[in-house]
Write a protein that binds this ligand. Structure first.
Ligand SMILES: [Ca+2]
Ligand SMILES: [Ca+2]
Length: 381
C-alpha cells in the first residue's frame, strides 16, 4: 500500500535525507479507539471476564479507560476487531499503552501486537509484560515487529493473569506506530522553502486514506471541498498567546520559535505520557467534510506529535467523543533531536467526514513522549 498521504514538507535537502534514511513513522489511527473515548467500538468480546469502558476507575487521560475484570482465576483477555486495523507487508509496527494494575490479584498484564492474515491467523507477534501491581498507570512498550508477506491486519491482544474472580486491571491510550521503510532512492525532494511558503500552500491535496481503511474515508474526487477547521478556530496562530486554547496535562506557553511565524505554542511534556492543548468548535454540520492541519516541529525526543479531531454529539463537546480522526504524525529520534537544523512539517487529517450525529468537535494538538522531557512547537492550526 502506498502511503501517498504523508505530507512532509521538508525545509532543507539535508532534512529530507534524514527523513528518507529513517523511514516515515505515523501513529496508526487505531479503529479500536485505543483511548477508549469511543465506547466499545472496535473491541471484540472479552474472554475470562468483562470489559467496562468508562471513568468508573481511574483513567490515564480523557474521560474513559478500559477496565478489565476477571470472573475467575486464570487469564482474562481483551482483543481488537483486527479487521478494523489494516497493516502492510514490509512496514514495521510497534505499540505503546498505559496499564494500571491496582492490586496483586493481577500478577501480570501482557500486551501483544499480532500481524495477521486475512483470516485473522497470526503470522508474527511481539509482546511485552508488566508485573503487577503498579503505582497508577505505567507505560508498556511493545517492540517493533516487521509485517511479513500476506499480512493484512494488526490485532491487539491484552491479557491479565488473575488469581481469582474480581481481579481487575485498566488499560488506556493504546497507540500503534507504523514505520514505512524508506523508498528506493528516486525522487529527491527539490526544495528549500521557507516556513511561510509551506503554510501558505493550501493547494496541495489532503492526505488520502489508507486503502481499505474503514475509518478515514477518502475524499470523493468530485465531492465537496472540506471545510478547514482553521476557519472556525480562534487564535490558531497563537498571536494572542494561548487565548482560547486549554491545556490538558503538561504545560504550554508561547514563544518565537519558527522564523516568520510570529508567536507559536510550545507544548511541553515533562514525563512519559501524552499531553495536549485543545479548542472546542461548535456548529459542526453532521456529515459535512472537514479538515484540520498544523505546522509542527519537535524539540527533544518526540515519540509522536499530531493533530486530532474528536467529534461529539452534543453542541458543547462534552461527554464521550463519537470518534476521532488523526493526522499523520511527526517524530524525532535521538539523532534528530540533536540535529542542528530544526524541521518544520505541516500535518493534516485530510478530508474527514463528521459523523452523522456530530454537532461539535474538539481540535487537539497532541504530544506523546516515552523518555525525557520534550516539546512540540505548534502553529497555524
Ligand atoms: Ca482514555
Ligand atoms: Ca504564529
Amino acid at each position: 500500500m502506498v502511503r501517498r498521504g504523508f505530507i512532509a514538507i521538508v525545509i532543507t535537502a539535508c532534512a529530507s535525507l534524514l527523513l528518507l534514511a529513517s523511514g516515515r513513522a505515523q501513529v496508526v489511527p487505531l479503529p479500536a479507539n485505543g483511548d477508549f473515548e469511543g465506547g466499545p467500538t472496535g473491541w471484540a468480546p472479552t474472554t475470562g471476564g468483562t470489559l467496562t469502558i468508562d471513568g468508573s476507575q481511574p483513567v490515564n487521560d480523557g474521560g474513559a479507560a478500559g477496565h478489565v475484570l476477571a470472573t475467575s482465576a486464570g487469564t482474562v483477555t481483551i482483543r481488537t476487531q483486527y479487521w478494523l486495523t489494516p497493516a502492510t507487508p514490509g512496514n514495521k509496527y510497534s505499540m505503546s499503552l498505559s496499564v494500571r494494575i491496582p492490586a496483586a490479584t493481577i500478577t501480570a498484564v501482557t500486551a501483544r501486537i499480532d500481524l495477521v492474515d486475512g483470516s485473522g491467523a497470526a503470522l508474527v507477534s511481539n509482546l511485552a509484560a508488566k508485573p503487577g501491581p503498579t503505582a497508577g498507570y505505567v507505560m508498556l512498550n511493545v517492540a517493533q515487529v516487521t509485517a511479513p508477506a500476506n499480512t493484512e491486519y494488526a490485532l491487539v491482544v491484552i491479557s491479565g493473569s488473575a488469581t481469582g474472580a474480581g481481579a481487575r486491571f485498566s488499560v488506556d491510550d493504546i497507540a500503534i506506530t507504523e514505520v514505512v521503510p524508506p523508498p528506493p532512492p528516486a525522487p529527491i525532494v527539490e526544495p528549500v522553502q521557507t516556513a511561510d511558503d509551506t503554510v501558505a500552500d493550501d493547494s496541495s491535496p489532503p492526505p488520502p486514506a489508507r486503502a481499505g481503511s474503514p475509518i478515514r474515508l477518502p475524499t470523493p474526487s468530485a465531492g465537496p471541498k472540506p471545510v478547514p477547521l482553521s476557519t472556525r478556530l480562534v487564535n490558531g496562530t497563537f498571536e494572542s498567546n494561548l487565548g482560547s486554547w486549554s491545556v490538558a496535562r503538561g504545560r504550554a506557553w508561547t514563544d518565537l520559535e519558527i522564523p516568520g511565524e510570529g508567536s507559536s505554542m510550545v507544548l511541553y511534556a515533562p514525563a512519559a505520557g501524552t499531553v495536549w492543548a485543545e479548542q472546542v468548535i461548535g456548529g459542526i454540520e453532521p456529515g459535512e467534510w472537514y479538515q484540520a492541519s498544523a505546522l509542527l516541529a519537535t524539540r527533544g525526543i518526540v515519540y509522536a506529535g499530531w493533530i486530532r479531531i474528536a467529534w461529539y454529539q452534543v453542541d458543547d463537546a462534552t461527554g464521550n467523543a463519537i470518534t476521532t480522526d488523526d493526522s499523520f504524525s511527526v517524530t524525532s529520534s535521538d539523532d534528530e533531536a540533536v540535529a542542528a537544523a530544526p524541521r518544520y512539517q505541516v500535518v493534516g487529517t485530510g478530508a474527514v467526514q463528521a459523523p452523522g450525529n456530530a454537532h461539535s468537535a474538539i481540535v487537539r494538538a497532541m504530544l506523546r513522549i516515552n523518555y525525557t522531557p520534550a516539546s512540540l512547537i505548534v502553529d497555524d492550526v
